[in-house]
Design a protein. Structure first.
Length: 253
């Protein structure tokens, strides 16, 4: 199947490692050009170099997505240097902790940057000849309350994002823009939180793994393939879905 991504112009936030990096790499492997950002310049430069190895044009910008002006300037620069924007992937999160401060961190890092990103990119997406597309990276933690979700800020803020994305998914198609959500379950990669937990809290890790019918945690590439499909013109009639990528972890209908 041709995903129709050759020469597509894709913005991915938080793409220097983990799921965001795998998403950017999978888009590049499909022939897309990329604009990527993260806070630390060195891993970002390294990721951009690897993406350029596919022949992709890559714009990389070190920034903190909580800085609205910097995020908007990055989107404007991406549109200028790539000649437009077809697809936007919102991937950054402040993660999960039980600290009361985490509510504000998830609000400013997960929620508001998605609002600003879509707002700044909307005109460019609406002008896309392929049809514009937005993919929000959410989490299975938005959809259940048992571990590792629990009574913390992360799940509720991801649930708020799901709600907002679902609303956009019904209004933006009038402008030729689709909006979808991908919700990974526990996803393991080198240097990530689950690889760390496997070492520091093996019982918790084993308990989570035992609840996944597929018998393993997800990989960043498992998630990336779903994101790239939903973002691509091959999914042109799909808007408003929340694609769960969790190996069967969630027990729900
Ligand atoms: N891993 C999982 O098990 C899992 C499960 C469900 C959902 N998810 C979701 O998947 C997404 C990616 O998760 P991940 O585990 O791949 O995350 P990660 O390993 O923490 O990577 C996050 C990326 O975002 C960048 N970043 C973090 N804060 C930033 C900020 N304020 N401004 C700009 N860039 C920032 C990081 O680089 P810098 O640190 O240099 O900024 C990095 O490139 C998140 O939305 C997460 O909630 C993950």
């Amino acid at each position: 199947m041709d995903l129709g991504l050759d020469g597509a112009r894709v913005v991915v936030t938080g793409a220097s490692r983990g799921i965001g990096r795998a998403i950017a790499q999978t888009f590049a492997d499909e022939g897309a050009d990329l604009a990527i950002c993260a806070r630390s310049p060195e891993p970002l430069t390294e990721a951009a170099g690897q993406l350029r190895g596919t022949g992709a044009t890559v714009v990389d910008q070190a920034l903190d997505v909580t800085d609205e002006a910097a995020l908007r300037a990055f989107v404007a620069r991406a549109a200028h240097e790539l000649g437009g924007i077809d697809i936007v992937v919102s991937n950054v999160s402040a993660g999960s902790s039980a600290s009361p401060d985490q509510w504000q961190r998830n609000f400013s890092t997960d929620l508001m940057p998605f609002v600003h990103l879509v707002d700044e990119a909307e005109e460019h997406l609406a002008a896309s000849a392929r049809g514009g597309s937005v993919v929000l990276i959410s989490s299975t933690s938005a959809l259940h309350t048992s571990a590792p979700s629990g009574p913390k800020a992360y799940g509720p803020l991801k649930a708020a994002l799901n709600h907002y994305a679902a609303g956009l998914a019904r209004t933006l198609p009038a402008r030729g823009v689709r909006v979808n959500t991908v919700s990974p379950g526990p996803t393991e990669f080198e240097g990530g939180g689950w690889a760390r937990r496997r070492e520091t809290d093996p019982d918790f890790y084993a308990g989570i793994r035992s609840r996944i019918p597929s018998g393993r945690l997800g990989t960043a590439e498992d998630v990336a393939r779903a994101v790239v499909f939903l973002g691509s013109p091959a999914a042109e009639y799909i808007t408003g879905t929340n694609l769960v990528v969790d190996g069967g972890f969630l027990d729900r209908v």
